[in-house]
Design a protein around this ligand. Structure first.
Ligand code: ADP
Length: 297
């Protein structure tokens, strides 16, 4: 409902801008027709017209951008509320059951396991939000140390296998030659984990994810995460790295999330003098995410 309302208002402002420009052009043509002999007036008129049109175009552009930003923030608040509420509601339900009913030992253990998983999910969402705040602040500098990239990626892959209950062949890892980077361990770990988690999340039931470390040139090394899942349309490849951005439309799978993961990946890459990008042949054809970082000398 809110989104449909916003769409209407974006349409209204674009139509208003286009209408105003047409009226000005019409007036201008009429005016030139009437006073084409007086050169200075004509020159001033042209200048004024150019200024007016640029003002209206800029105004419409910024207005539409602001509306889009608000729209994304609304979607983010909805998504975060959902991500926070669901595990808390689940934990509460299990606690109530344990309190009010006699539950046998095996079931009790199962309940504890689910509650632990829910609290991990809750902590992960909170940590993601806090991390976004931290890396968005220029005053918060990365805490650099020399890191073995292979070991760190192996850690992320192992964590994802346990978290998503995956066999080794569903999530494969090719370490490559040993590589050291000068980086903030926590930030790079978060970035790689986000890429691996997304690859699993957007693969649905067909999880075939491959992670590898490859040197890109003599100064850089890349962590490549390839999946055979949902894929990404060409037009979305850059946008998905924006803060709060989540792909929409019929091609986008309905997967819970907050739109912060790839923003964190890109920010971490930039803070370390690297880059992050996505490659995909299109919807349904899988995607590859690359995190490129400078090698430590
Ligand atoms: P979230 O996953 O919480 O929505 P992200 O910032 O991690 O947020 O991702 C932004 C968007 O990019 C996602 O909503 C999804 O549409 C798209 N995306 C990310 N990773 C993949 C992937 N491996 N395959 C297909 N789409 C992806």
């Amino acid at each position: 409902m809110v989104v449909a309302g916003r769409r209407k208002s974006i349409g209204f402002f674009i139509a208003l801008g286009a209408g105003l420009i047409s009226v000005i052009l019409l007036l201008y043509v009429g005016w030139v027709f009437l006073s084409w002999r007086s050169g200075i007036l004509l020159f001033l008129g042209v200048l004024l017209l150019a200024m007016l049109i640029s003002g209206i175009v800029l105004n419409t552009f910024f207005l539409v951008r602001e509306i889009r930003k608000n729209e994304q923030q609304d979607a983010f608040i909805n998504a975060v509320t959902h991500e926070l509420k669901t595990p808390v509601a689940s934990i509460r339900l299990y606690l109530e059951t344990l309190q009010t009913r006699a539950v046998d030992e095996a079931k009790r253990k199962d309940f504890y396991r689910i509650m632990l998983e829910d609290s991990d999910r809750l902590l992960e969402t909170i940590e993601q939000i806090l991390r976004t705040g931290r890396i968005g602040h220029s005053t918060h500098k990365p805490n650099l140390s020399r890191i073995d990239l292979g070991g760190l990626v192996q850690e992320c892959v192992d964590r994802a296998r346990t978290l998503h209950n995956l066999p080794a062949e569903a999530l494969r890892y090719q370490p490559g030659a040993p590589m050291s980077i000068l980086a903030d361990m926590d930030e790079v770990r978060a970035a790689v984990s986000n890429l691996v988690d997304n690859a699993v999340k957007y693969s649905g039931t067909n999880v075939k994810v491959a992670v590898e470390i490859v040197p890109t040139d003599e100064n850089h090394v890349s962590v490549r995460v390839r999946d055979q899942g949902a894929g990404i349309p060409q037009t979305e490849l850059k946008r998905i790295f924006r803060r709060f951005y989540r792909a929409r439309g019929p091609a986008a799978p309905r997967v819970p999330g907050t739109g912060l993961g790839l923003y964190i990946v890109r920010s971490v890459a930039k803070r370390h003098g690297g880059r992050a990008w996505a490659e995909s042949e299109g919807p349904g054809r899988g995607s590859t995410f690359v995190l490129q970082l400078p090698i430590a000398r």
